[in-house]
Design a protein. Structure first.
Ligand code: P6P
Length: 337
């Protein structure tokens, strides 16, 4: 088709960005794209199948797993196993990381961290959900890859991306050289380049936070919310509040329109709710590559020490000037002790 660039063609075209790559990362991204299409097919017809609702199991987060959570997790792990390009998969749905013990995989040089279906509580009410993935190069040089290969700082990521299963299905990813978005064309079953060189607006007028937790927010966040709600036409305030309750969907909207997504610490989540390894770090890499900013209110997400697989973090992510504003209020009203 004239002018249509598929994800596969794009990945191959960009392969030259990695002089020493022999195609492994390209094949890994392709494998993720294939699994995303399979998950998309099931998400789009979830209401017609006995695949809605709870799987009757609980994940390490203590959250009841949805049937689609389990399905999506199985699809991504299976695709990564058969692709042979990664030796470990660390998933939100698995207590421990999954070691891919195959003749080819055990010597593979990549590690994949993934939240296979983020926001899945929204599935039963037909609201957008997403997949978030992060790719690292293993550090260990021989023998079996270990947890140390997974617990790397976000600055070590070689690639990160998300899939949003929304009004259309998009795959957005970076390999550290900008961000590109691909929309799934169901008529040909291919992700096609639709949003080249994505940039998040430096400023925005949308703030995204679960205000139901207001009483438990740090004082700096409370001050920021009041700042957003004050009338000031010069700075286009009051801003607009938008909260989908699906991290990928909230951040994707802000990527397109500008805005800030905040999940701060609360009394029920003293370290924040969202997970550093497979939610905050990949989204932070993508947003920074698109010209935005991502911190925990004080320091850069990507530089946070990663000490455990399901470690949580507060996250303030989006348009740079909006994140800088709330950070200034955090340092004034909720200073780190
Ligand atoms: P709350 C979904 O469960 C999720 O992990 C993210 O996708 C979303 O941003 C957040 O939790 C919503 O959490 O506490 O506002 O329902």
């Amino acid at each position: 088709m004239q002018g249509v660039l598929t994800l596969g063609q794009f990945i191959i075209e960009k392969q030259n960005d990695f002089p020493y790559a022999k195609g492994e990362l390209s094949r890994l991204l392709r494998d993720i794209g294939i699994a995303s299409k399979i998950v998309n097919r099931e998400v789009n017809k979830a209401g017609l199948m006995d695949i809605l609702g709870d799987a009757g199991t609980i994940n390490i987060q203590g959250e009841c797993q949805k049937k689609l959570d389990v399905f999506a997790n199985e699809q991504f792990i299976s695709a990564l196993k058969s692709g042979g390009e990664c030796c470990i998969v660390a998933s939100e749905e698995n207590d421990e990381f999954v070691y891919i013990d195959g003749e080819v995989s055990k010597n593979a040089k990549y590690i994949v961290a993934i939240d296979p279906l983020d926001g899945s509580s929204n599935i039963d009410v037909n609201v957008a959900v997403g997949t978030i993935f992060s790719i690292y190069r293993r550090k260990s040089v021989d023998g079996k890859a270990t947890l140390a290969d997974v617990l790397q700082n976000g600055t070590e990521q070689v690639a990160a991306g998300y899939v949003i299963y929304g009004s259309s299905t998009m795959l957005v990813y970076t390999t550290g050289k900008g961000v590109n978005g691909f929309t799934l064309d169901p008529s040909i079953g291919e992700f096609c380049l639709s949003h080249p060189k994505m940039k998040i607006p430096e400023d925005g007028t949308i703030y995204s936070i679960n205000e139901g937790n207001y009483v438990h927010f740090p004082e700096g966040v409370k001050k920021y919310l009041k700042y957003c709600q004050v009338e000031d036409t010069d700075t286009l305030r009051p801003y607009t509040s938008r909260y989908i309750g699906s991290m990928v969907a909230d951040i994707h909207r802000n990527m397109i329109k500008g805005g800030i997504f905040i999940y701060p610490t609360t009394s029920s989540a003293p370290n924040g709710k969202l997970r550093l390894v497979y939610e905050c770090n990949p989204m932070a890499f993508i947003i920074e590559q698109a010209g935005g900013r991502a911190t925990d209110g004080y320091s850069r997400i990507l530089e946070k020490d990663v000490t455990s697989l399901h470690q949580r973090s507060a996250i303030f992510i989006g348009s740079e000037n909006m994140v800088l504003k709330v950070e200034s209020l955090m340092s004034e009203y909720s200073p780190l002790l």
